[in-house]
Write a protein that binds this ligand. Structure first.
Ligand SMILES: Nc1ncnc2c1ncn2[C@@H]1O[C@H](COP(=O)(O)OP(=O)(O)O)[C@@H](O)[C@H]1O
Ligand SMILES: [Mg+2]
Length: 323
């Protein structure tokens, strides 16, 4: 197990800086997610850490060792990509044995390690199948087993659940979290899915145009975003004009709705009430031409209907000033 440190890591492609002076410290055993829109430089950053790509400038340290110039095979990193990238002509077991063979681990030792890894991802009994005989979720479990079987110092996952449907993705998120906790392996996950980032990680790093926007614990990034980009990327953002100038963010869950006329809230009309199972999301129009707002409240038997007049308020402590 190792920590990761990036110091001023930059990767240019002509005029584009796919990674732009990125600093990051990931402590041993930590689970950090790199979150950003398509093209923000997430894959570039992972490939630089993996040694599949070289920075234009800056240094990369793994376990305190400067690996900036070290080839990929000297970095002891487990990798999983969105496309499963399994060997189609090999069985499940052969796929998982492969990285051990590369490391000259063979025979009974290799077999025990491979079977342990397959057990860890709950694929006992499917050893002899070929990838084409597995579902997408099962294939990605094989890819995970293959990435951890040789006890890597670091696990790098590039949108590993991106190709799976929602229900399966949620199941595998839980398994991935459990696997990471069991192994205690330092993990960097790349995703463009904010819910995935918020739910899995110890900390998230938000990227845009190759630049770090914020590195923080999920709740901090969500409730106290460093800027407008982070505020909008991490969920629904209500921006409120503050009395002395400036803008405040209030998240939908922190917006309180009451019957019209109650205790000095702002009068508003429900434009749309969207039932989401446990929650109802309200799209609101405030009187006086202020920007529309969104509120999210637990569903407790009754919801306000479209067209209904309500009273909207929030606590001053739930406002976060954004630049
Ligand atoms: N090999 C390359 N050659 C030229 N441009 C590249 C190369 N790889 C990535 N880029 C550019 O760098 C930026 C970041 O790409 P990438 O790291 O793949 O983003 P992400 O994974 O967040 O979608 C994009 O503008 C992309 O077009
Ligand atoms: Mg990518």
């Amino acid at each position: 197990m190792s920590d990761i440190r990036l110091e001023g890591v930059t990767r240019r492609y002509g005029a584009v800086a796919a990674a732009d002076s990125v600093d990051l410290s990931v402590t041993q055993g930590e689970f950090v997610t790199i979150l950003g829109p398509s093209g923000s430089g997430k894959t570039t950053l992972l490939s630089l850490i993996a040694g599949l790509n070289r920075p234009t400038s800056g240094r990369i340290f793994i376990g305190g060792r400067d690996v900036t110039e070290a080839p990929a095979q000297e970095r002891n990193i487990g990798l999983v990509f969105q496309s499963y990238a399994l060997f189609p002509h090999m069985t499940v077991l052969e796929n998982v044995l492969f990285p051990l063979g590369v490391r000259k681990i063979t025979g009974a030792t290799a077999r025990t390690q491979a079977l342990d890894a397959l057990k860890l991802v709950r694929l006992e009994g499917l050893h002899d199948r070929r990838p084409s005989q597995l579902s997408g979720g099962q294939q990605q479990r094989v890819a995970l087993a293959r990435a951890v079987v040789f006890k890597p110092d670091i696990l790098l996952l590039d949108e590993p659940l991106g190709a799976l449907d929602r229900k399966l993705r949620e199941e595998l998120q839980v398994e991935l979290k459990q696997l990471q906790r069991t192994l205690g392996v330092t993990t960097l996950l790349v995703t463009h899915d904010q819910e995935e980032a918020l739910s899995l990680s110890d900390r998230i790093m938000v990227l845009n145009h190759g630049k770090t926007q914020q590195v923080a614990a999920p709740t901090e990034a969500y409730l106290k975003p460093a800027n407008r980009f982070v505020a909008e990327f991490l969920g629904i953002a209500n921006f409120i004009g503050l009395p002395g100038g400036g803008t405040g963010l209030v998240r939908p869950e922190r917006v309180k709705l009451e019957a019209a006329g109650v205790n000095g809230g702002r009068p508003a009309k429900v434009i749309e009430a969207i039932y989401l199972g446990q929650m109802v999301r309200y799209h609101l129009e405030l009187e006086g031409g202020a920007a529309p707002m969104v509120a999210a409240q637990p569903f407790v038997g009754r919801a306000y209907a479209a067209g209904e007049k309500v009273s909207v308020s929030w606590d001053a402590t739930d406002l976060w000033p954004v630049a």
